[in-house]
Structure formats: structure tokens, C-alpha cells
Design a binder for this molecule. Structure first.
Ligand code: SF4
Length: 646
């Protein structure tokens, strides 16, 4: 049974003023709070108040698992109140500015400036200007240097914290790595600081010098060379780490998982139960930042996954579920997990999705279980279509496995396959573009073999951005002209309606590259773009390259310098003062292996390549699941890739 909405707290006057503007905006229900399972606390009864600020629309932020986890962890504590805030859509922002309404939390309608902490989740670069919108509307000075003791501490976590410099002037503390323990330590430190009567500055310094994973940019100073590259970014006070290490949660088995998260009042992108089955990925795809910064690999046991899933279905009544991770088919014993889950939910119309399937031998067994109710479309990410480029990017899958897998899926009744590709990767040749077209039509033809009519194949094609903390972090990005020519080449080969090619936006990818690879000077362009009206830059309908072009012009920055330039291998990179876990030597070695078309096997089942994360932690976690060197050897002798648990 879903409980009724929580009792509404104080701040009625702001609530009433907000209500007056709602008839004039789209989807007003996203601005009113009061959802089932929202937690409303009396701020006077807690020590620390935290606004969890998601710098995108409610419909996106409410689907984000990380936000739900932090909300649950913080609100389980009696000394803490955590509330949610999202970026108001452009019409609502205009109304709020017209009426002088501050941005507020959905639980208690408290303006953001009244919280002790405002914590942003950084999931993609296109949210940069939305952060400024939220700070500005929330009544908080944009620049950390302008904040006073009475202002909230502005923190930012998530994968974007590993590319901190373009946002550094706006953020007091970045949180690198796993947030679960880090936020708890933060709350304790804030309480201690308050008891000790520390100033804002001393509080920030104390956190950055004593807690793992916290980077306070105000205490680090970049120096630049005459050629515009960064010479160094050094701590300017004693006691701070030279390189900031990420926080690592050693096990996710008993990590807090919300089984009754806030139930949204409006449609969201993913309205489903999410159970994290695994964190990290050691496949070692060389373009993938998440696979590098989320090591070591950690697992949740099958029993625990099913227990969480059962509880979540009972509490929310939601019958859509996803077993999430970066690559769920790498989960040891994925077939038996799916068998256990389908047995548990037998007779109920619960649909289980594996949103990140890898194309390998295991995959062929999965279509029978996945999305047992709605055959809405099988999503696969071959990334590239030819083996040479696959070896370069270390995506060790085979076309034949993909074809066998989709054949199995079509036999089970699926009729739509979504394939994700990337163009512009280092080492790509024209044949790789043609290979994408061939693969799409081949998959469609397999559908015809099985069902008598060509299967629908939708290809999502993204444009490669070389990201920090990947082996390609030194590489140049294709120019916008080159991308446009490649896209036209693919599009020209399309015949009929059953195969579609959808490309990511060229200009958006260009800005993404600058915001991820940039240094601290890029902050001026972000602020200028914001003041020129840039909003929701991850949304094609609102993204406006003209505003960004003008912002770069007016701030005197050369955007091509950040997007297109190949970095020297001995160059200090603007993120070298923070650590993603893996070492620069490992990434460089992987870059050279890419050039030589040499692969690196998945260390989940193979030997350790000493990537830089704690080897003992890795092997302790594998041992917990019974994965030992002896078992790996036995499995390899039997010619198995991984699925010996099934
Ligand atoms: S330490 Fe070794 S086993 Fe662990 S993730 Fe790195 S390469 Fe793999």
C-alpha cells in the first residue's frame, strides 16, 4: 500500500505564492511536492539540512538512482533532513523571476539559501548552466569566493566531479567516488565544525584535509604556461592532499537501497524500480569513463537482489523493474538471477529489464527472461561494427554473438532492436562507417528470417568525445565538419523505413568536449553563457550554440583549443590533481595498446593488470562470491568466458 502524501509543513506563504503561478506553466505537478514517500521533517529538530539539487528537470532527476540513495541515507538519520530540488523549466524560471520567488525544496518549500548544504549531482556536462540557474534562483552567490558564512556549502558529486575544473569557481567541495559513506562523514564533520565554532573557510579546509574524496578547489591554484596549457594545479595551504583520492565503498551488498523511493506525480523518463546488482565494470572499454572511475567491481548477491526487488514491488506496486549496473550481463550468474527473479514474480505481471546488456555468449540466453511482459525493444551497444576497431577500443565482443542473440530475441517475440554506435573513435576508417549500416540491415534481415518481415532497427549514433580518465584523454576530437560528413555518409545509405539512424547533436557534443576537458578558465564562459540565457544544454530543444559561441568570444577563450587539441603525453592535464582510481601510467599503457590494436582482457575473470585501484579490495570482493584464481583457470580450460556460475 502506498501511503498518503505527507502532512504539509510550514512556509505556507511561499507555497501559496508558487501556487499562484502554476496555472501559467507546463506540468505544474512537478513543482508542488507532496508525493508519496516524500520525507518531511521539522528543520528545527535536526542538526543539518541538505538540499539534494539535481540540475535538470524533475522528470530526469526523479529517475536518478543516486539521488534516491542519498535521500534515503540522509533521511534515515534523525539528525539530518534531506530534501529535493530540480531545475525549473524555462517557463517556470521566468515566472519565478517575475514574481520574485526563490528556488525552493519540494518537501518544505524552503529556499535553497536557507539550507546548510546544497549538493548537486553531476551526471553530464550539459547541466552546467542549470547549476547556475539553481544557485541564482536559490539566492546563493554563483561564485564560491563571494559566499559568506551564512550561505550554504555547495557540494557536487557524481561522475562529473572527476572533471571538476570548469565548475571549480562555483563549487565549495567536490565529492569524488562513492557518495554513501562520504555524505555521512560530511554530516558528522559539519556538526563537529559547528560545535567548534569554525568559520566557513576553516570548515571547508578541515573537510578537504581530513576526509577522503573531498576536493575544495579554493585551496588549489592552477598555473598556466605561455602556450595556454596548464602547468600545475597545486594545494596552496598545508595539510591538503597533493592528489585527491576518490571515496570507495568496499561492498554494495548491504549498501542502503531505497525500496520505497519518492513516487513521482508526473511521468518521468524511467518510472521503474531500480535494483543495483553490480557497481563498476572491468571490461576495460577504452572510450568509457565510467568503467575506469568506478573500479573496483563490486557485486550484490543474488539472494539480496531478489529480496530488495520483492520488497520494492510490495511497497510501491510498481511492476516495471530494472537490474542496473554498467554491464548487467557480466553479473556472475546472471541467468540464475533472472531465473530466481522470474520464479519469485511468477503469476504477477512484473517486467524485468536489463538496461545494459553486453553482447556475448550469455546474452543469447537472456531474451527469454528479459522484459517478460512488454517486448518493447531490445537495446544493445555494439559501439562499432568491425573487429579491427573493436580491438582498438577493447570492446571484446563478436558480431556473430550479436547476430545469434538477436535471432534468439526475435524467436522470443521481440520485433524492435535498438543498437548504439559511436563514430569518431581514434583509428576509425571509412569502412567502420559502412560497417554500421551493414550491421543494422543484417539485424533487420535476421528478423525477417525468423518472423517473415524485416525487424525494426533503430540505431542511436553518438559522437565520440575523448573523456578524462580514459585511455583516450590525450586524443583530439573530430571536428564538427568531419562529424557532419560522416553522418551524411551513413544517412545516404539508408533504404526503406525499417532501419533508422539517429545521430547525437554535433554542437552539443562539441560543448560537452569543452566542458569535460576544460580547465578553470572555462568557468568564465559557462557563466557568460548562463547570463546570455543558455539553459538545459543537454536538451536539443533548448540547446543554443549561438549563446555558447558568443560566450567564448566575449570571454576570449578558444573553444577549439579544448575540444580538438591532441594533448602531449607528458602534459599536465586539468584533472591530474584528482584521482579516478586508475593511474595515468595504466591509461597511457592502454592508449598505446589501442594504437597497436592489442586488447586487454576483462580482469573480472582474468589476470590483474594493476590498474591502480587496490588489488586486495578487488580480490577480496571476488573471493566473497567464490571467484578464485583456481576457479578462473578451471573455467578458462573449459573454454568458458564467465558464466560458470550458471
Ligand atoms: S586492480 Fe587488477 S583486478 Fe582490480 S580492477 Fe584493477 S586490473 Fe582489475
Amino acid at each position: 500500500m502506498i501511503p498518503p502524501p505527507p502532512a504539509q509543513p510550514a512556509n505556507e506563504s511561499l507555497r501559496a505564492r508558487v501556487r499562484r503561478v502554476l496555472p501559467r506553466v507546463k506540468t505544474p505537478a512537478q513543482y508542488v511536492g507532496g508525493e508519496p514517500y516524500a520525507v518531511v521533517k521539522d528543520h528545527a529538530a535536526v542538526d543539518v539540512t541538505i538540499a539534494l539539487a539535481f540540475p535538470d528537470a524533475y522528470s530526469i532527476g526523479m529517475s536518478h538512482l543516486g539521488l534516491k540513495i542519498l535521500y534515503e541515507i540522509l533521511n534515515r538519520r534523525s539528525d539530518c533532513a534531506a530534501e529535493r530540488a530540480f531545475t525549473p523549466w524555462i517557463d517556470m524560471e521566468a515566472e519565478m523571476r517575475r514574481e520574485g520567488l526563490p528556488l525552493y525544496s519540494l518537501e518544505t518549500f524552503t529556499p535553497l539559501r536557507e539550507f546548510d548544504v546544497v549538493g548537486f549531482s553531476l551526471q553530464y556536462e550539459g547541466c552546467a548552466t542549470n547549476i547556475l540557474t539553481m544557485l541564482d534562483l536559490g539566492g546563493i552567490p554563483l561564485r564560491a569566493a563571494d559566499r559568506e558564512d551564512s550561505d550554504p556549502i555547495v557540494i557536487a558529486g557524481g561522475s562529473g566531479a572527476f572533471e571538476p575544473e570548469p565548475l571549480a569557481p562555483f563549487i565549495d567541495l567536490f565529492v569524488l567516488g562513492d557518495g554513501e559513506d562520504a555524505v555521512v562523514q560530511l554530516v558528522e564533520m559539519l556538526k563537529d565544525s559547528r560545535r567548534a565554532g569554525l568559520s566557513r573557510r576553516d570548515t571547508l579546509k578541515s573537510i578537504a584535509s581530513r576526509l577522503t574524496g573531498f576536493y575544495a578547489p579554493a585551496f588549489y591554484e592552477p598555473r598556466y604556461r605561455p602556450d595556454g596549457t596548464v602547468e600545475s594545479i597545486d594545494a596552496i595551504e598545508d595539510g591538503l592532499p597533493k592528489v585527491v583520492s576518490p571515496a570507495v565503498l568496499l561492498s554494495i551488498e548491504d549498501a542502503v537501497t531505497p525500496t520505497a523511493p519518492v513516487q513521482p506525480l508526473v511521468e518521468t523518463v524511467h518510472d521503474r524500480i531500480q535494483v543495483e546488482v553490480m557497481r563498476g565494470c572491468t571490461q576495460g572499454c577504452r572510450f568509457c569513463q565510467a568503467g575506469m572511475i568506478k573500479r573496483p567491481l563490486r557485486f550484490r548477491s543474488r539472494e539480496k537482489v531478489v529480496e530488495i526487488a520483492k520488497e520494492a514491488v510490495e511497497k510501491t506496486g510498481n511492476e516495471e523493474m530494472a537490474f542496473t549496473s554498467l554491464s548487467t550481463s557480466d553479473y556472475p550468474g546472471i541467468v540464475s538471477l533472472m531465473q530466481a527473479a522470474t520464479t519469485e514474480f511468477a503469476g504477477r505481471s512484473v517486467s524485468i529489464n536489463l538496461p545494459s546488456l553486453r553482447v556475448d555468449k550469455t546474452f543469447q540466453k537472456l531474451p527469454a527472461f528479459v522484459g517478460t511482459v512488454r517486448k518493447s525493444g531490445l537495446t544493445l551497444a555494439p559501439e562499432v561494427a568491425r573487429d579491427e576497431l573493436r580491438r582498438r577500443i577493447n570492446k571484446n565482443i563478436k558480431n556473430e554473438d550479436l547476430y545469434d542473440g538477436v535471432r534468439a530475441a526475435f524467436t522470443q517475440g521481440w520485433d524492435l532492436v535498438k543498437l548504439y554506435f559511436m563514430i569518431g573513435l581514434p583509428g576509425e576508417v571509412p569502412a567502420d562507417l559502412d560497417g554500421i549500416v551493414e550491421m543494422a540491415y543484417k539485424v533487420s534481415a535476421i528478423g525477417k528470417e525468423v518472423s517473415g518481415k524485416p525487424a525494426r532497427v533503430h540505431c542511436g549514433i553518438s559522437l565520440f568525445v575523448p573523456k578524462p580518465f580514459t585511455p583516450y584523454q590525450w586524443d583530439a576530437m573530430d571536428s564538427r565538419e568531419t562529424f557532419r560528413a560522416k553522418m551524411a555518409h551513413i544517412q545516404r545509405q539508408r533504404v526503406g523505413n525499417h532501419v533508422r539512424f539517429n545521430f547525437h547533436h554535433v554542437d552539443e557534443s562539441y560543448i560537452e568536449a569543452i566542458l569535460s576537458r576544460g580547465d578553470r578558465r572555462v568557468a568564465d564562459a559557462i557563466e557568460r553563457a548562463y547570463r546570455l540565457g543558455a539553459r538545459f544544454d543537454a536538451w536539443s530543444e533548448t540547446f543554443d550554440i549561438a549563446k555558447w559561441d558568443r560566450a567564448f568570444r566575449e570571454t576570449g577563450l578558444d573553444p577549439d583549443f579544448y575540444a580538438y587539441r591532441e594533448r602531449r603525453e607528458d602534459e599536465f592535464l586539468p584533472w591530474d590533481h584528482v584521482s579516478g582510481g586508475v593511474t595515468k601510467e595504466f591509461l597511457l599503457d592502454e592508449r598505446h595498446k589501442s594504437m597497436a590494436e592489442t586488447t586487454t582482457e576483462n580482469c573480472e575473470w582474468g589476470r590483474c593488470f594493476r590498474c591502480g585501484v587496490d588489488i586486495k579490495e578487488c580480490w577480496d570482493e571476488k573471493a566473497r562470491l567464490g571467484i578464485t584464481p583456481a576457479l578462473i583457470n578451471k573455467s578458462k580450460k573449459a573454454g568458458l568466458e564467465a558464466p560458470f556460475f550458471d
